[in-house]
Design a protein around this ligand. Sequence first.
Ligand SMILES: C[S@@+](CC[C@H](N)C(=O)[O-])C[C@H]1O[C@@H](n2cnc3c(N)ncnc32)[C@H](O)[C@@H]1O
Ligand SMILES: [Zn+2]
Length: 341
Amino acid sequence: MDIAAVAAFVSSLPDRSHVTYSDACAGTGVRGVRVANEVGLDVTINDRSTPAYERIKRNIALNGLEERAVAYNENTNALLLQTKYDLVDIDPFGSPMPFLDAACKSVKKLLLVTATDTAPLCGAHTGGVRNYAARPLNTEYHAEMGTRILLGAVTRELGRYDKAIQPLLSYASAHFIRLIARVERGAKKADACMQRLGFIAHCFSCGHRFAFSCSDMLEMRVENKCSICGREMRIAGPLYIQAIKEKGFCEHVHEELGKRELGKKKEAMKIVHTCIHELDIPFYYEHHALCKALKIPPPPLTSLLDALHSNGFSASRTHFSDTALKTDAGIDEIKAILKGL
Ligand SMILES: C[S@@+](CC[C@H](N)C(=O)[O-])C[C@H]1O[C@@H](n2cnc3c(N)ncnc32)[C@H](O)[C@@H]1O
Ligand SMILES: [Zn+2]
């Protein structure tokens, strides 16, 4: 997936000569080696572990990439604070937060970030507030909430360097979250990007949920009584509430994946295909949770999607869960349609 995404991004650049890529927490260096080999970029492959560094050097030599790839045995932050790269990839163990400031300072065009600390990001245990300065809620759409909280943190870090983020492809599985985002310079762009941060209000009683922007929160216009059942709503955020993918980019990645030999090609193509068609709504509904609340046996998910469409709503699947849907219908409207199926 990463190689296809880097290839898709680089092919969209007007000048493709001497594009630099930094694999800043590289492990064996396989990703950087592939980016040098398959996309032709000038790569810096770094790991602070000496055995990893030795392996990176060996892998560079084995692939005859000495002219295009260089190995470093540095702390990620020391490397990224000293040098700017067009593409910066950080894939540490756990949270990327300790490296985000340096990565945001270094990056010029494309930022790739992995987080494996899904539990605090998704609200499954504490740590979200401490690590990400945001409150996640452990809802049925926690995978998306974690992804958006991470994107919110990246937006704020980049903003300090007058840079803005444009998410191109963001996805999550049970064990990790991966962000691939274009970076643009300019205080105005960074300001506009901050406007894409907001909050999600969630009612744990009836399942009603909605997103609202930060400026609404600052003006204290939030009604935290659920408009459907009257109970108190909980607030998650701040998080990124606008589109977390660019359709055209995802189509390009899908094409690149089709051309390549990969271990997990089918799985990667399925994720990207679902992302292409996924609605840009910042949460989803678990089909089984909806049916359980109504005490009805779940009809096929496709029947619900079709019924929402024929009632004039937008509805799609989501790559975050095979058994969930996104729609612009409200919880009461979804439930009414489900009851009629
Ligand atoms: C998850 S692994 C990288 C896997 C690799 N991206 C891949 O796809 O094969 C994380 C790596 O980050 C390195 N690392 C963690 N903290 C670091 C730091 N502060 N500076 C440099 N490297 C670091 C570790 O030594 C480890 O090899
Ligand atoms: Zn409610």
